[in-house]
Design a protein. Sequence first.
Length: 103
Amino acid sequence: MPTPKSKTEVRRLLGMMNFLSKFIPNVSKVTPLREIIHENVDFNWGKEQELSFVNIKELLVKAPILKVFSASDEIIIQCDSSKDGLGSCLIQKGQPVSFFHAV
């Protein structure tokens, strides 16, 4: 995956990560990338953005294999929140079914 070279490419990456966020935990590590896509901010790819990008690639490689949801299996919801956001995981038979996050 090549390093983004413009705001448009960063937005494209963030869109993909937003779609995949229900399948991948800890997606909040993309926050430094969100900071450089605003209209009033110049595109400046720094150390924080590079670290965030590396973390994203690691998350994609290490993404857990999800269990297919079964209406007949017990459902467990694990959740956590802070002043910065929240996250949750839907679990069945000890395996993740999906993830949710909000910043």
